[in-house]
Design a protein around this ligand. Structure first.
Ligand SMILES: Cc1cc2nc3c(=O)[nH]c(=O)nc-3n(C[C@H](O)[C@H](O)[C@H](O)COP(=O)(O)O)c2cc1C
Length: 320
């Protein structure tokens, strides 16, 4: 483990928070996660976007999607359920209305992409390839594949290889991150399938399918029967997935699930994450990502650790 010593170093710039995710350099390892940070612009009056490692946009689809009926959020013990239904303005409106404003900021904007058939993913990337102002793509493969009876793309290595391979061909200009589904038997197999098909990094992981009901009315607490579970409740489960993905693949892993404190960030780095994303925490504190980047600087200074990379892979597995 890194040695925590409290000798004080004066200048914050003695600490280098920057990280490399493949060819992409991020100012620091803290990004805001997809679906919890809008298109970034909604947060610009509260958060200094230029102080984030970057952020991932809401999922973008070929056509606009209105999303799921209300209620879309429901609080659970140490977590949150959501069924937003991937509401978004559609990729063309994103390019015309959001990107020109986002280009004013000096932060890495990662476009999150989803679809219900392989061609949807390819088409969204094709449209984004012609636009300026993006640092990369993140493929959400936790979506039902309509051509395979609704089975999630992310749950089968062959399906993952197919959709990532097609996306890779379309994404000639920019890095391609693949966001894995946590609902898999062996995340190592999925991680390797994505890597071999050309992914530059893995984002681990999405929300966990879950439900909350009111037994009195017999109805779901959400507008949909089920939703996705996020927040601190999922952190121990996702931490394991990040560790396993890191061991299985050589490409960088970006960890996310339940991060609220700088200790959470350090734990994800220790099991091998190169960077992290902050999702649900932004609902209670919109400045959570910026705050964590600031606290990380202080913690490193106090520990006399001068680069984030020194913190990675510090977990020691004693029995296995
Ligand atoms: C309200 C909400 C909307 C989300 N929308 C998306 C999305 O559009 N695309 C995606 O890949 N993940 C989406 N996610 C998943 C998050 O990006 C993240 O993977 C998950 O919430 C776990 O991180 P957390 O515990 O820090 O929230 C969403 C999560 C929430 C809570």
């Amino acid at each position: 483990m890194f040695v925590v010593s409290f000798a004080y170093v004066s200048a914050a710039d003695a600490v280098d928070l920057s990280v490399r995710i493949g060819a992409l350099r991020l100012r620091n390892p803290i990004l805001a996660a997809s679906g919890t940070f809008g298109y970034g612009l909604e947060f610009a009056h509260l958060v200094d976007l230029n102080r984030l490692g970057g952020f991932v946009t809401k999922g973008l689809s070929r056509e606009p999607i209105e999303g799921a009926p209300a209620p879309r959020l429901y609080p659970t013990p140490s977590g949150m359920l959501n069924a937003v239904g991937l509401q978004n303005v559609g990729v063309r409106a994103f390019v015309v209305e959001k990107l020109p404003v986002l280009r004013e900021f000096d932060t890495a904007v990662i476009a999150n992409i989803f679809g219900y058939a392989m061609e949807d993913y390819v088409e969204v990337i094709r449209i984004l390839e012609d636009a300026e102002g993006l640092a990369g793509y993140e493929l959400n493969i936790s979506c039902p594949n309509v051509k395979k009876g609704g089975m999630q793309f992310g749950s089968d290595p062959a399906c993952v290889a197919e959709v990532v391979g097609a996306a890779r061909k379309a994404a000639a200009k920019r890095p391609l991150w693949v966001k894995l589904s946590p609902l898999v038997t062996d995340i190592g197999l999925i991680a390797r399938a994505a890597e071999e098909a050309g992914a530059d990094a893995l984002t681990v992981a999405n929300t966990y399918p879950a439900m909350a009901i009111d037994f009195r009315s017999g109805k779901s607490r959400l507008g949909n029967p089920t939703g996705g579970l996020s927040g601190p409740a999922i952190k121990p489960i996702t931490l394991r997935l990040v560790w396993e993905a890191r061991r299985a693949a050589k490409i960088p892993v970006i960890g996310l699930g339940g991060i609220e404190t700088v200790e959470d960030v350090l734990e994800y780095l220790a099991v091998g994450a190169s960077a992290v994303q902050v999702g649900t925490a932004s609902f209670t504190d919109p400045r959570a990502s910026q705050r964590l980047a600031g606290t990380l600087t202080k913690v490193l200074l106090r520990a006399k650790v001068f680069t984030v990379n020194e913190l990675r892979d510090k977990f020691i597995a004693e029995n296995g």
